[in-house]
Design a protein around this ligand. Structure first.
Ligand code: SF4
Ligand code: SF4
Length: 354
């Protein structure tokens, strides 16, 4: 019977699946499982993060509920993934604070801090609204915080799986993992059955992930280029509509509008039997923050010559700050650990896989 502890439940299901092996062609999880005779906590975390929740194994399973074995791999793995975000987070206690509705409170707190700290909403130029040095200090501190905390979580996840830095020097495996990560190819359902009503919805899931993923990368590139313009060349924002930061940010912003909205709509159509309802708040708030980051950024771009510029700038910066503070503790971590799991899987497969 299903157990209360997600890790023990994962171990129970993996033991059943390892005897059955009916689903070994469905995804990377089952071949990785078959390379093991027993399952440590780290193995269960690794396999759960390798799973992309397509639910094919659930619909194919002869031991799924109402069978007494109650095998429901996608749901059990969803719970284990959520546990892994908290388990490897550093400092671990902060992961609880930043879950679900906590994000809204943080956004309001950051907004209040910006306003109380001297933001001049009526300023005519960006740095009249928020002084240049203050903006640089805030974002530099936050960038360092996010990078350190996120790296600490990734190191803990990687070391827990028994891996050192040696594997990073194996370029063939690294290249395979990067190809899998960038193509998101595992998100397609193979057609036996899937989380969504039909194959079309399943493929849409991959497309929306692409929009969100590359939209985020383009927005990050835009911010990086803008920082170089400012700090290396001394070119002060706002930049021309045809400049690199604006073009990258606009393209990325469009991706971050389409991807999160599409994923939020798809969530309403998924099969509730394979979802973990405890994660709904954290998942939705991450997607909403991504959408708001893009929406407020594009509004700022469109209305930067008007009297609304000050309000829009402060709102956009508050959303970006809230997003970055919560990145290492929310759904974003899923992408980091999944990438690490794909790399570990590529290492275990050895050189024979092309
Ligand atoms: S999910 Fe069910 S059918 Fe698939 S390997 Fe596990 S026990 Fe067998
Ligand atoms: S839900 Fe999909 S990805 Fe996850 S174990 Fe089952 S078949 Fe594999």
């Amino acid at each position: 019977m299903p157990g209360a502890d997600p890790i023990r439940e994962g171990e129970r299901l993996l033991t059943i699946c390892n005897a059955c092996r009916y689903c070994e062609g469905y995804c990377a999880v089952f071949p990785a499982m078959e390379r093991r005779m027993s399952f440590s906590d780290a193995d269960v975390h690794f396999l759960a993060n390798l799973c992309h929740g397509c639910a094919e194994c659930y619909y194919a399973c002869q031991y799924a509920p109402p069978h007494e074995f109650g095998v429901n791999v996608p749901r059990a793995f969803a719970e284990i993934r959520a546990r892994s975000y908290e388990h490897y987070a550093w400092p671990r206690g902060l992961a609880k604070v930043f879950q679900g509705r906590g994000i809204v409170a943080i956004w309001l707190a950051v907004l209040a801090a910006l306003v109380a700290g001297g933001a001049n909403m009526g300023g005519a130029r960006f740095y009249d609204v928020i002084p240049h040095d203050w903006m640089i200090t805030i974002f530099l501190a936050l960038g360092v915080f996010t990078a350190v905390v996120q790296s600490a979580g990734l190191v803990r996840f990687w070391k827990d799986g028994g891996e050192g830095i040696g594997p990073w020097l194996r370029p063939a495996a690294l290249a395979r993992a990067i190809r899998d990560i960038l193509s998101l190819k595992n998100l397609d359902s193979g057609g036996v059955g899937c989380t969504y009503p039909d194959e079309l919805h399943s493929r849409a899931r991959r497309r929306y992930h692409h929009f969100a993923f590359y939209g985020f990368l383009l927005c990050f590139a835009s911010t990086t280029v803008a920082a170089i313009y400012d700090n290396v060349f001394g070119w002060i924002a706002p930049y021309a509509y045809g400049s690199a930061p604006v073009v990258l940010g606009t393209l990325g912003g469009i991706g971050l509008l389409i991807g999160p909205v599409g994923l939020l709509l798809l969530r309403r159509q998924r099969d509730a039997a394979i979802a973990d309802p405890k994660q709904d708040g954290a998942d939705a708030s991450f997607l909403i923050l991504l959408f708001l980051t893009s929406f407020t950024g594009l509004m700022l771009l469109a209305l930067r010559e008007t009297t609304l510029m000050g309000v829009l700038l402060v709102t956009h910066l508050a959303v970006v700050l809230a997003l970055f503070v919560t990145l290492p503790y929310g759904k974003f971590v899923h992408g980091i650990y999944r990438a690490a799991a794909l790399f570990k899987n590529a290492l275990e497969q050895g050189p024979e896989r092309r």
